[in-house]
Design a protein around this ligand. Structure first.
Ligand code: GTP
Ligand code: MG
Length: 513
C-alpha cells in the first residue's frame, strides 16, 4: 500500500480548516469581557526542563528588517488590509531565500546600493549567485554556507494583503525550524528548482520537497502556490516541457498529501534570481506560453477562510524577552486582544494583564486573528514562560494536559522500529516541542472504510492509521482538532525524521477512543 496515498485517511483536508468562518462584516475585533479572573493562585507546577529524545536545533525566528521596538505615535487599527503569514518551503537550494529577497527588492524595501554591497560580499565568499538570498539570510553562518538555518522573517504588501514572509530552511538538519515556520503560516509558497537534476533530487524519497509538503499540510497550511523556479537557468530556458513535467509529477503527490489540487494549489513559473514573473507578468518574448498570473497577483488573490475575531483568545507563544515588563511573541490563532485585557498564560495559569500590543513595529489598540504580535504583559516574569505556552482567554481557557488521544498516520518508521506501546518520539504541535511516549494503541483504522478494525492492535507498521494514547512529561496546551485545527494537529519526529502525523481527538485522560 502506498504510504502517501494513505495520508488522506487522516482527513486533514483544508475543508476542515473553515473553523470559525465569519462574515467579513464581523472582521472588526470586539474583545470579550475577561475581567473576572479566577482566583486560583496556582503556582507554576511545571518542570520546565524537558529532555528531548534527540538534540534538535533551537527553534527560533530571525527578523530580517529588525525594526526598532519604537512606540509608534500614531496608534493604528490594523484591520484595513488582511494579514497573512506565508511560509517559503522546498528542498535545499531551490531558491526560497533568493525569491524572498527578490520580493523585498521588487517591493522597494532594498535599495540598489545594498544589493551592490551584497553582490560584493557574495563574490568575496565565492558565492556570486547568492546575493539575493543575502537579503533573507542575515547570519554569517548562513551566508558562508549558502544555507538558511533560522526562519527568516520579512514583511511586504500587495494591493489587498499585508504579508509576513517566513523563509524556512530546506536542509534536512533544520526541519524542526521549518516546522516552526509552517506552524505559523496561513499559506505556503513551495519553491521547486526546475534546473536539470535539482527537481529530481528534491522530489526523491528522502528529499525535502515531499517532507515539506506533508508537514505543511499537517501543520495547517491550507493553500499552496507551487513556484517552478530557476526557469532562466540554461538547462531550462523557460521550457514548457520541463514546466509541464514538473507540474504533472507534483500534482498526484500533492493530491495524495491531502491538498485539493484544483481548489488549494496553483502552479506558476518564475525566476527568483532575475525577478521574472514576480511583480509583473513575464514577457511573451521570454515565455510565450505562459498566460497565467505573476507571483504577486497570485499571492494577492489567494483566498483563505476568515477567522472569528470573537472566538476565545489563543496565541501560542513562540518567543519572549524582557522589555519594560515581559514581552511575548506569537500569532493569534483565535479571538482578539486589547490593551488592558486580563488573560492567562497557560499551562501555568498565570494571570496577566495586557500592557501594550504591537503589530510588527506599530503599537495598536487591539488586534485580531492571523496577526503576528508582540504583547507586553504584567504579572509574569520572562523566566516563567517557555515557547509553546499559550496566551489564553480567562473565561474559555485552553486545556493543559499530559496525556491525550490522537489519530495518527504512520509515515515511515526508522528501520527495525516497531510502533507499539512504549514508542518514544518528539512531538511538534503549534509551538510546542516535547518528548512523548505512546502509552497504548487503542484501535487501528481501516484506511478504506475509515472505520475502526475489530481486532486488538498491539503494533502497527508503516502506512497504518491508528488511534492511540500519547503521554508527555510536562503539561502542554493543545486543542481537539475538530475545535481548533491549528492547535490540534501535530507531527512526531525521531532521529531527524518525520515518522507520523496526527490530530488530537480527545483531551480527557481516560482511554476512550
Ligand atoms: P536553503 O535555504 O539552503 O534551503 O536554500 P534556498 O532554497 O533558500 O536557496 P537559495 O535562495 O539560497 O539559492 C540557492 C542557489 O540557487 C543560489 O546559488 C541561487 O543563486 C540559485 N538560484 C535561486 N533562484 C534562482 C533562479 O531563479 N535562477 C537561477 N539561475 N538560480 C537561482
Ligand atoms: Mg534559504
Amino acid at each position: 500500500m502506498d504510504i502517501e496515498a494513505e495520508i488522506r485517511a487522516l482527513q486533514l483536508d483544508s475543508t476542515e480548516d473553515n473553523n470559525g468562518v465569519v462574515n467579513p462584516e464581523d472582521a472588526k475585533p470586539e474583545v470579550e469581557m475577561t475581567d473576572k479572573v479566577e482566583e486560583e493562585g496556582m503556582k507554576d507546577e511545571l518542570d520546565t526542563k524537558s529532555q528531548p529524545v534527540q538534540a534538535e536545533p533551537k527553534v527560533k525566528d530571525k527578523e530580517v528588517s529588525a525594526p526598532e521596538d519604537v512606540e509608534a505615535l500614531d496608534e493604528m487599527e490594523i484591520d484595513k488590509k488582511r494579514h497573512l503569514n506565508v511560509v517559503f518551503i522546498g528542498h535545499v537550494d531551490a531558491g526560497k531565500s533568493t525569491t524572498g529577497g527578490q520580493i523585498l527588492f521588487l517591493s522597494g524595501q532594498v535599495d540598489d546600493r545594498t544589493i551592490q554591497k551584497y553582490e560584493k560580499e557574495a563574490k568575496d565568499k565565492s558565492r556570486e549567485s547568492w546575493y539575493m538570498a543575502y537579503i533573507m539570510d542575515t547570519n554569517e553562518e548562513e551566508r558562508i554556507k549558502g544555507k538558511t538555518v533560522e526562519v527568516g522573517r520579512a514583511h511586504f504588501e500587495t494591493e489587498t494583503t499585508r504579508f509576513t514572509i517566513l523563509d524556512a530552511p530546506g536542509h534536512k538538519s533544520y526541519v524542526p525550524n521549518m516546522i516552526s515556520g509552517a506552524a505559523q503560516a496561513d499559506i505556503g509558497v513551495l519553491v521547486i528548482s526546475a534546473r536539470k537534476g535539482e527537481f529530481e533530487t528534491g522530489y526523491e524519497r528522502g528529499g525535502q520537497t515531499r517532507e515539506h509538503v506533508q508537514l505543511a499540510k499537517t501543520l495547517g497550511v491550507a493553500k499552496l502556490l507551487v513556484v517552478v523556479n530557476k526557469m532562466d537557468d540554461h538547462t531550462v530556458n523557460w521550457s514548457k516541457e520541463r514546466y509541464d513535467e514538473i507540474e504533472s509529477k507534483m500534482t498526484p503527490f500533492l493530491r495524495s498529501s491531502g491538498y485539493n489540487v484544483k481548489k488549494d494549489v496553483q502552479f506558476l513559473p518564475i525566476s527568483g534570481l532575475v525577478g521574472t514573473n514576480m511583480k509583473t507578468r513575464v514577457d511573451k518574448s521570454t515565455c510565450p506560453w505562459w498566460n497565467g498570473p505573476c507571483l504577486f497577483e497570485a499571492l494577492d488573490s489567494v483566498e483563505v477562510p476568515l477567522r472569528d475575531p470573537k472566538g476565545p483568545f489563543r496565541m501560542p507563544i513562540i518567543d519572549k524577552f524582557k522589555d519594560m515588563g515581559t514581552v511575548v511573541m506569537g500569532k493569534v490563532e483565535s479571538g482578539s486582544v486589547r490593551e488592558g485585557d486580563s488573560l492567562l498564560v497557560m499551562p501555568n495559569k498565570a494571570q496577566v494583564k495586557v500592557l501594550a500590543v504591537y503589530c510588527d513595529e506599530n503599537k495598536v489598540r487591539c488586534a485580531g486573528p492571523g496577526e503576528n504580535l508582540r504583547v507586553r504583559l504584567s504579572g509574569i516574569e520572562e523566566e516563567d514562560i517557555l515557547s509553546g505556552f499559550v496566551l489564553s482567554s480567562v473565561v474559555k481557557s485552553i486545556a493543559a494536559v499530559t496525556e491525550f488521544t490522537a489519530q495518527l498516520q504512520i509515515l515511515e518508521l526508522l528501520e527495525n522500529a516497531i510502533f507499539t506501546a512504549g514508542y518514544k518520539a518528539v512531538l511538534h504541535i503549534h509551538s510546542v516541542v516535547e518528548e512523548c511516549e505512546i502509552v497504548e494503541l487503542l484501535q487501528q483504522i481501516d484506511p478504506k472504510t475509515k472505520k475502526p478494525m475489530k481486532k486488538k492492535v498491539l503494533f502497527v507498521k508503516n502506512g497504518a492509521v491508528v488511534v492511540c494514547r500519547i503521554q508527555v512529561n510536562n503539561l502542554i496546551c493543545i486543542e481537539k482538532f475538530s475545535d481548533f485545527p491549528q492547535l490540534g494537529r501535530f507531527t512526531l519526529r525521531t532521529e531527524g525524521k518525520t515518522v507520523a502525523v496526527g490530530k488530537v481527538t480527545d483531551l480527557s485522560s481516560s482511554s476512550s477512543a
